[in-house]
Design a protein around this ligand. Structure first.
Ligand SMILES: Cc1cc2nc3c(=O)[nH]c(=O)nc-3n(C[C@H](O)[C@H](O)[C@H](O)COP(=O)(O)OP(=O)(O)OC[C@H]3O[C@@H](n4cnc5c(N)ncnc54)[C@H](O)[C@@H]3O)c2cc1C
Length: 487
């Protein structure tokens, strides 16, 4: 992850300060009781942490959440609208069932009300049969539901950008930084947390970065087809929910990403027919392409996720924690970013519940278990995501975007061989999905769909390879092992 420059960060804080009132705790009390937690960032991870802390500690905790995308309206905290400059995120997120099984039941029900999610992806190690299939939910719905729950729980909601330089941390036991992947507060505390290391996710000394087109689409495709066509290649990924809206993600070659950045008329570019082929693969009509955005994703490695931020008064330091995307921004192709974020928040909440005692100072050692779990999450999720970013051909590792570039360049393509290769791949995937998903598409349906595509696209799909499920599979981080009483 590339952080903005320090001066840029300060400029942003200055701008945000202009309309910022100073923060005071709603419940004045001495520092020792109750536990005082500031959460910067009211995205899914920050809100989940706030709600879980209230569930676990009740009146023993004061929780204040800062979020710059909120505003006060009619005596209530609400999300800023598009007119206020806030575009709500509508991407569909897949949540695994096992991590959520450890949430307090009322909170889980608020997050996943009857009819408030879709089931698209199959059972797996993190969504075993006893807990159910993974759940697809729009991020905007996750945030709305968690915010409403936080209001009922008495969480102090502050509609402002958090500024560590302006907020007095002396009266705060815990600062949980949940600001997403470009956190200014982490930048402010970079000496305390240390710089991230990009080398584990670099090749030939260059950090691997994927450029992705996010194509907002409407689709009637059945879920098992969505899964099958997504996992037989690494160029396109569709994630939708039952209302038929979702995002078709398209991984670009380096040249395509340059072309996209410099064009004003996308329909006139070489990219456009390739986008249309992506729509055809998933049976989506061109008229149902609603919007296009472009974003980049890279990864880095962090050496620590918790630290002391403030020593005075010395018997009650302020501890800082990186959670969610601020801690571990993961490539979304294998779809686990928020899952690890939820686990990171649950781990901190459960660790605090286990170690905190009224009137007693917390020591760094109290957080060893949480710090260890954060490293496990980083290892498990980033190693899986790395298989969705780079191909291994023997000892030679190269970005998948380079394989796509090769697919676009090569001209001596035999269409029949490409179709055969993709059909054989599909048959293998179908046999792996059997019993894990209902109503799998027939080989005839798959063949018909593939025949709609150009030679060039077929070649790209072949070279982009199927999802690497063998090397990226294996045991998942299971919090229940560390907190068996919260199963
Ligand atoms: C296309 C795409 C698809 C994805 N699909 C999946 C998936 O299928 N499964 C999955 O698990 N994950 C998925 N993810 C990842 C998932 O969206 C993220 O992991 C998740 O949003 C992280 O939540 P967060 O709360 O840590 O950060 P964010 O969602 O980024 O929220 C951070 C919040 O902090 C606020 N903030 C920032 N700075 C400040 C400040 N100084 N003061 C106050 N507020 C601040 C921001 O306004 C924001 O509301 C996907 C991501 C993308 C881009």
């Amino acid at each position: 992850m590339t952080l903005r420059s320090q001066s840029n960060a300060e400029a942003i804080f200055k701008k945000r300060d202009a309309d910022k009132a100073s923060f005071v705790w709603k419940h004045p009390a001495c520092k020792k009781t109750p536990l005082r937690v500031i959460i910067s960032g009211g995205g899914p991870v920050g809100l989940l942490l706030a709600n879980q802390l209230k569930e676990l500690f009740g009146l023993n905790v004061s929780v204040a959440v800062f979020e710059g995308r909120w505003k006060q309206a009619g005596g209530e905290i609400v999300w800023k609208s598009e007119e206020d400059g806030n575009k709500r995120r509508s991407q569909v997120i897949t949540l695994q069932s096992r991590p959520l099984a450890m949430l307090p039941p009322a909170l889980k029900e608020a997050l996943l009300p009857e009819g408030g999610y879709s089931e698209v992806w199959p059972h797996g190690k993190d969504s075993p049969f006893e807990y159910g299939r993974p759940w697809n939910i729009r991020i905007v719905d996750i945030e709305d539901r968690l915010l409403e729950y936080a209001k009922k729980q008495g969480v102090q909601l502050i509609p402002e950008w958090f500024n560590p330089g302006k907020t007095d941390l002396i009266n705060c036991d815990i600062l949980a930084i949940c600001e997403g992947r470009r956190s200014q507060t982490l930048h402010h505390f970079k000496n305390e947390f240390g710089e991230a290391d990009v080398s584990p996710y670099s090749l030939q000394g260059v950090q691997v970065e994927d450029k992705i087109l996010g194509l907002k689409v409407k689709t009637t495709l059945k879920c098992p087809e969505t899964v099958l066509f997504s996992i037989i290649q690494n160029r396109f990924l569709l994630n939708t929910n039952d209302n038929g809206y979702g995002y078709l993600n398209m991984r670009l070659s380096p040249e395509e990403s340059e072309e996209f950045q410099h064009t004003t008329t996308l329909r006139a570019t070489r990219l456009w027919p390739r986008i249309l082929d992506g729509l055809k693969l998933f049976g989506i009509d061109e008229n149902d392409l609603l919007a296009i955005s472009c974003f980049s994703i890279s990864m880095d490695h962090r050496s620590r996720f918790s630290t002391i931020l403030h020593w005075a008064p010395s018997d009650h330091p302020t501890y800082g924690f990186l959670l969610g995307d601020t801690a571990n921004a993961i490539h979304f192709w294998p779809g686990r970013g928020l899952n690890q974020g939820i686990l990171s928040a649950m781990s901190l909440a459960l660790c605090l519940k286990e170690r905190w005692k009224i009137g007693k100072s917390l020591r760094e050692a109290d957080f060893s278990k949480h710090e260890g779990i954060m490293h496990m999450l980083q290892h498990r999720h980033k190693s899986r995501a790395w298989y969705a970013m780079a191909h291994r051909n023997g000892g030679n590792v190269q970005p998948i975007s380079n394989s796509i570039a090769m697919g676009l360049k090569k001209k001596d393509i035999k269409r029949a061989e490409l179709l055969d290769a993709l059909l054989e791949r599909s048959t293998q995937m179908l046999s792996r999905l059997k019993g894990r998903l209902p109503e799998l598409p027939s080989p005839e349906t798959i063949k018909k769909r593939l025949e709609l595509l150009s030679d060039e696209t077929l070649h790209v799909l072949v070279l982009s390879k199927a999802w690497d499920t063998q090397w990226s599979g294996g045991p998942e981080v299971d919090l229940a092992i560390f907190y068996p009483n919260h199963k």
